[in-house]
Write a protein that binds this ligand. Structure first.
Ligand SMILES: Cc1cc2nc3c(=O)[nH]c(=O)nc-3n(C[C@H](O)[C@H](O)[C@H](O)COP(=O)(O)O)c2cc1C
Length: 201
């Protein structure tokens, strides 16, 4: 399996962290990964706010009911978009989503754990986060990455590759019998099936 696929397969949302700070070097690597993201017209319409102050981080669950992970989390990176910099009308959230995913993958590669907490397109959460972090009016909230050293080892995920989602040439097209790649079968004995499933919306 390629190195990048290994990281992609191993990444899972982590919601319990050790009481241990994330070192500055790692924080910088997460930010660099975020800024490596592709963006429409190379607009790079993103801003990152690094949050390490517990007093601020723990305010977010007051307006985001699915962010209890932040109550015991050493680091949060809030991602904002600047629509004026987007390369095509409406593209800023797409660009921010790619930057967010890059950070999650970098976290996995550093043996950190992370979870994406959705803010956009929930207007109430967007306004609340913008107010909390006092961002200027032309900046819009996108999402928050909660990051830390994982407190538990999560079971490997069940295989997700679903050949029925792949179409060749046209919607009706197929390429003979579509099969799972061999490495998927190799890992199947480690996969928890439904057991390891994370049903968070
Ligand atoms: C746009 C988006 C918003 C999400 N929002 C939340 C959230 O608010 N709280 C949370 O605990 N997880 C959130 N997640 C994480 C998903 O629940 C998680 O990715 C999904 O259950 C699949 O699990 P996995 O990340 O382990 O593959 C979000 C993920 C995405 C992509």
């Amino acid at each position: 399996m390629s190195q990048i696929l290994e990281v992609l397969v191993q990444r899972k949302s982590v919601r319990t962290f050790k009481d241990k700070p994330v070192g500055e070097e790692m924080v910088q690597l997460l930010l660099r990964a975020g800024e490596c993201a592709p963006s429409w017209g190379d607009g790079r319409p993103w801003h990152f706010v690094v949050l390490e102050d517990r007093k601020i981080i723990t305010r977010i669950p007051e307006f985001h009911p699915e962010s209890a992970v932040l109550l015991k989390c050493p680091l949060a990176i809030a991602l904002f978009g600047e629509p004026q910099k987007e390369g095509f009308p409406g593209s800023w959230p797409l660009d921010c989503a790619v930057a967010m995913q890059n950070m999650l993958l970098q976290a996995q590669a550093l043996s950190l754990g992370a979870v994406w907490l959705g803010i956009y397109p929930h207007e109430r959460r967007m306004h609340a986060l913008e107010a909390l972090l006092e961002v200027p009016p032309h900046i819009r909230a996108f999402g928050v990455a909660a990051v830390g050293h994982p407190a538990e080892k999560l079971p490997l995920r069940e295989e997700r590759f679903d050949p029925s989602r792949v179409h060749y040439g046209s919607w009706q097209g197929s390429r003979g019998k579509s099969e799972k790649p061999k490495e998927c079968e190799d890992r199947s004995e480690h996969c928890g099936g439904e057991e390891g499933r994370d049903d968070h919306a």
